[in-house]
Structure formats: structure tokens, C-alpha cells
Write a protein that binds this ligand. Structure first.
Ligand SMILES: *Cc1c(COP(=O)(O)O)cnc(C)c1O
Length: 389
């Protein structure tokens, strides 16, 4: 019964892609313990260090006491508690959109939204580097699909120009791309979408809490308020808990409540999680201190790497890849980092092209100057040993 599974695993092992899970024995943070050893964490999406924020922990504790461990149902039956409603209201105010709808995760938000707005009468146009949850969301539908080269507005326009008549044309892009840390050319995308009558859909998973005023996302970053139809955000990365959401018009919210299958058929966020998310949105709204520190750290780290001679690709956010190329050498470099006491994930083919293997560093607001210097010193030494610089 299991031999076919074993065969596939053997193939993964032969390709050097087999990875046992790394089990951490401490809370998320900048220094974490792995088998009793202190390791500098540089691969977490906990951009602002909010996972351990005292106000979020307290909000979660209070909600746990008041409501219990779970919501008991999907949102459309008995699983919408006042705390879920309150989260959506404050989130909409924060985002500056008429409405938001919260899902269990960013992944289910993309599946639910794309899965219900696209049919065989529609066209979806997607950046080639979009996230797996976008790809899977599109796969759930019978929509005609076109993929454009990464951030290539000329190709996007050519597709829009030659596309026939559809009920809906939807252009989908990540706001910040997770492998390269570059930002989508949203003003250009919006301009083309307006010219050709298309819906703009931006997935701000890595921009939520990171980009824009108070971390409002890429639409705010580019001052495109009211011109991006569907903004997807995550509550799982910088926001520090778990969840995903759609921010947009009330009509879209009403539509998704009746159509989005993960919303209809999967139990809502535990109330303690919704409460933690609500606390996080309040923290973001109150002050930009953490976000400013995040960007100062990211700029310092990227500039230092560049000065040393590393190739950081097209990074312009706290996601900073060190491009190495060959998959095997990439994984060796990542292993070397771990020996040196730094966790930075190696990312290789097929996630990225064969010659574009990279070790991806993610800088957070809580990294101190000493932390970053610790990493930079070890990177410089390893970079020389590997002939990268
Ligand atoms: C991480 C990520 C998601 C998934 O978000 P979760 O809340 O972790 O499920 C969706 N889209 C993009 C672009 C992401 O990077």
C-alpha cells in the first residue's frame, strides 16, 4: 500500500530536496533554541515580533476565558461571534475599505475568493511568481488563464489587448513577492486594468504590517485607494497570529459570504485568535515605531551585504535573498549558516529556477544591531569560503 509513496520520497531524496522538519524548542523570536542550541532566527515572517506581544497575549487570554477554545462552527452558522465582527470592522477602518471578510488563513482566503469570483466565462491573468495559494485558487476554477512574465507590464498589456470578451477579467499579483522580496508594479497594473476594464486583485501577505502607512499594505504604499478592487491580507505573518482577509467593497463581502467555500465549510478562527488579531491591528494603528525599525534594519542589512559583494537580487523589502545559484551549493551555504548559529532557509529548484538558488534572509524589527552584525560577520566569512564575494 505504501510503496508508491516511498518511491516518490526516494525521488525527492535523490534530488536533494528531502528536508525533515526543524523542530524549535522555544517561542518564536530573534534567538530561538534548536536542540538546546541558541540560533539567530532569520527566516521567520514574524516581521514586527508581534507573536509574543504582551497586549496580544492578554487579549487572547481574555477571549479564551470569555469564549473558550474554539468557535464551534463555520461563520455562516454559529461561528460568527461578536469578536469576529469587531475584528472585521476595525480591519476595514484600518485598511480604509468599506468592508473586510476574515478567513482562517491567507491560503484559504485566496482559495475562497479566487474559487468563487472566477468561472468559465472569465479570464484570470497572473504574475508567474505568484504564491502557491493563488495558483491553487485559480486551479479550482474553469476560468481561462494567462500567465505574464514577472512584473512585465508590456506582456500584461499585450494579454489584456488581445483578450476576447469575458464577463470578468481579473489581474492577480502578490504585493510583495516572497522569494525575491521585490514589490509589484501596482500603479502600472492599476493603470492597465483601468484602461482595459479589468479587476485588480493584490495579495498583500508579505506587505500586511510591512508596507504602507502603519503597515496598511501595497495599495496604501502607492496611494491607490479605491482603485484596487480586491486586497487580500494575512494575519499570520507581521500581524503575528493566524488568519487572512479580503478588504474591498461591501458587495464583495456579501458575495463571498454566500460563495467562498472555505468560509462556508470550514470552522472560523478561534475567538482567542480573532482577539489577538484585533489587538495587533490596534498596535499597528497606534504607532509606526516597529515598522520604522523593521525598514531601518532591512536597509542596513541589504546595503551591508551589497557592499560585501553579495547578490541580493531585486530585493527592496525585509525579504533579502543571497543568490548563490546551484541548488546543492545553496543548501550547503544554508547548512554552513546553521553551523555558524544562524537559521536562513535555502530555497532551490523547483521553487526558484535551477540557476537561482538562494539563501533567504528575513530581517525583523526585533533584530538588534548586534544580531545583524553577528549575521553579517559570519556571512562575510562563509561568502569568502564559498567564493561568492
Ligand atoms: C504566506 C502567504 C499566503 C498564505 O498566508 P497564510 O495566512 O500563512 O495562510 C498567501 N499569499 C502569499 C503571497 C503568501 O506569502
Amino acid at each position: 500500500m505504501y510503496s508508491s509513496f516511498e518511491q516518490e520520497l526516494t525521488k525527492i531524496k535523490e534530488e536533494g530536496r528531502y528536508r525533515p522538519l526543524t523542530v524549535w524548542d522555544s517561542a518564536p523570536g530573534t534567538w530561538m533554541t534548536l536542540n538546546g542550541r541558541k540560533i539567530l532566527q532569520m527566516s521567520s515572517n514574524n516581521y514586527l515580533g508581534l507573536t509574543g506581544h504582551p497586549e496580544m497575549k492578554e487579549a487572547a487570554r481574555q477571549a479564551l476565558e470569555r469564549y473558550g477554545a474554539g468557535s464551534g462552527s463555520v461563520r455562516t452558522i454559529t461561528g460568527t461571534l461578536d469578536i469576529h465582527d469587531q475584528l472585521e470592522e476595525e480591519l476595514a477602518k484600518f485598511k480604509g475599505t468599506p468592508a473586510t471578510l476574515v478567513f482562517q488563513s491567507g491560503f484559504t482566503a485566496n482559495l475562497g475568493i479566487l474559487g468563487s469570483i472566477l468561472s468559465d466565462q472569465d479570464l484570470v491573468i497572473s504574475d508567474e511568481l505568484n504564491h502557491a495559494s493563488i495558483i491553487d485558487g485559480i486551479r479550482l476554477t474553469k476560468a481561462k488563464r494567462s500567465i505574464y512574465a514577472h512584473k512585465d507590464l508590456n506582456q500584461l498589456e499585450a494579454i489584456l489587448q488581445t483578450s476576447g470578451s469575458y464577463r470578468r477579467k481579473v489581474v492577480v499579483t502578490d504585493g510583495v513577492f516572497s522569494m525575491d522580496g521585490d514589490i509589484a508594479p501596482l500603479p502600472g497594473i492599476v493603470g492597465l486594468a483601468e484602461k482595459y476594464g479589468a479587476i485588480v486583485y493584490v495579495d498583500d501577505a508579505h506587505a500586511s504590517g510591512v508596507l504602507g502607512r502603519n503597515g496598511k499594505g501595497s495599495t496604501d504604499h502607492f496611494s491607490l485607494h479605491g482603485r484596487v478592487h480586491i486586497q487580500v491580507g494575512t494575519l499570520s505573518k507581521a500581524v503575528g497570529a493566524v488568519g487572512g482577509y479580503m478588504a474591498g467593497e461591501q458587495v464583495l463581502k456579501d458575495y463571498l459570504i454566500h460563495k467562498a467555500r472555505p468560509f462556508l465549510f470550514s470552522t472560523s478562527q478561534p475567538p482567542s485568535v480573532a482577539a489577538a488579531c484585533l489587538a495587533a491591528i490596534r498596535i499597528l494603528q497606534r504607532s509606526e515605531d516597529l515598522i520604522e525599525r523593521l525598514w531601518a534594519n532591512a536597509t542596513y542589512f541589504r546595503m551591508s551585504l551589497k557592499q560585501m559583494g553579495f547578490d541580493t537580487g531585486s530585493s527592496e523589502t525585509p525579504i533579502i535573498p543571497v543568490i548563490i545559484g546551484d541548488p546543492k551549493r545553496t543548501m550547503q551555504f544554508s547548512d554552513r549558516m546553521l553551523q555558524e548559529g544562524i537559521f536562513a532557509q535555502g530555497i532551490v529548484y523547483p521553487t526558484v529556477p535551477m540557476d537561482k538558488g538562494r539563501v533567504r534572509f528575513i530581517v525583523t524589527a526585533l533584530h538588534t544591531m548586534e544580531d545583524l552584525q553577528f549575521a553579517l560577520d559570519r556571512l562575510q566569512k562563509a561568502g569568502r569560503d564559498f567564493g561568492l564575494i
